[in-house]
Design a protein around this ligand. Structure first.
Ligand code: CP
Length: 335
């Protein structure tokens, strides 16, 4: 599939760089740390894995054989946990999942003690989801191997933003200049935060729309333009990305009722008609059907890219696991 053909000045990787210069980071903790060409490098790497994953029989590439990947999830997950597990297994790693609910975290073990324990087992790469913003950075500071952020609190979910960018790039052909409207509980959404940073870095025009109670301060600093009226934000949109109301992160009432929220901010076929005629519909999942999105939109095969987002998640996570372990594997140019 095509890469972006028109890359704006200032976003181009220095011509003489390659190997480790293409991605000079030990960890993947946030999009905020990445240069546009580093994001584009990961997307290009992921394209390879889309092809492998779509292959008829042999999806295995054992370049991570002999390495141990620990997925430590302190919050629930379906898509991210399973796709990291599938990604690691397709690359040949020994993949171990730690679910906090069945771990010694429940007995009061601290996050730092947990990190030291995982490190003592000689993990080669650790994937972490945690409910507290900054927890993944804390663990990264305590271990000897690369750490990937699988979502930390309200902060960032970098691989989600990468898979969303890959989905848009493949479906629309390019990201530069695309009008992407992100609607919903932006305040509590690490997905929105990472997507604003990622898509703005790649040259998209990012709009965010939410009730005033669910709009964070200073979204302009993350490259987005705020709206409170959904219809205004939708006009001219190429991509509409819907977000779930994150009730588990709300302390008190942020909306009058789900019914009223749906009336003002729910994506219906009628409302989608305000966007461009071929506008793409996205949702990171899990969806609350009938609240932020109707089934008529979510299940429309011509407009919805929701299952494709899940597919791209495996490819992006394979790319990230491969790139972050190249140094430890002694890949030429990466040591
Ligand atoms: N999009 C996402 O992070 O989904 P999960 O919570 O199921 O991993």
């Amino acid at each position: 599939m095509p890469s972006e053909t028109e890359v704006p000045a200032g976003q181009i990787r220095p011509a003489d760089s390659g190997g480790r210069d293409a991605f000079p980071h030990r960890h993947l903790l946030s999009i905020a740390h990445l240069k546009p060409w580093e994001i584009r490098f990961l997307l290009d790497e992921a394209e390879h894995w889309v092809g492998v994953n779509r292959g008829a029989a042999q999806k295995h590439d054992d370049r991570l054989a002999g390495l141990t990947q620990i997925n430590a999830f302190f919050e629930n997950s379906t898509r991210t946990l399973l796709s990291f597990e599938i990604a690691g297994k397709r690359l040949g790693a020994d993949v171990v999942n730690m679910h906090a609910a069945q771990s010694s975290v429940k007995k009061g073990e601290t996050l730092i003690d947990t990190a030291v324990t995982l490190n003592a087992m000689h993990a080669d790469v650790i994937v972490i989801r945690h409910g507290s913003s900054g927890a993944v950075q804390l663990i990264a500071d305590k271990v000897d191997c690369p750490v990937l952020n699988a979502g930390d609190g309200w902060h960032e979910h970098p691989t989600q933003a990468l898979l969303d960018a890959l989905t848009i790039r493949r479906r629309r052909g390019f990201i530069e200049g695309q009008i992407v409207t992100i609607c919903g509980d932006v305040l509590h959404s690490r997905v929105a935060r990472s997507n604003m940073l990622c898509l703005a870095a790649l040259g998209a025009q990012v709009r965010v729309v939410a009730p005033p109670t669910l709009m964070p301060a200073a979204v302009e600093c993350m490259g987005a333009t705020p709206y409170t009226r959904f219809d205004e934000a939708l006009a001219g949109s190429d991509v509409v990305m819907m977000l779930r109301l994150q009730n588990e992160r709300m302390d008190g009432a942020f909306i009058p009722s789900p019914r009223e929220y749906h009336a003002l901010y729910g994506l219906t076929p009628e409302r989608l008609a305000i966007a461009k005629p071929d506008a793409l519909v996205m949702h990171p999942g899990p969806m609350n059907r009938g609240v932020e999105i109707t089934s008529g939109v979510a299940d429309d095969p011509d407009r919805s890219a929701i299952t494709e987002q899940v597919e791209m998640g495996v490819a992006v996570r394979m790319a990230c696991l491969d790139v972050l372990t190249r140094s430890a594997r002694g890949v030429e140019g990466w040591t």
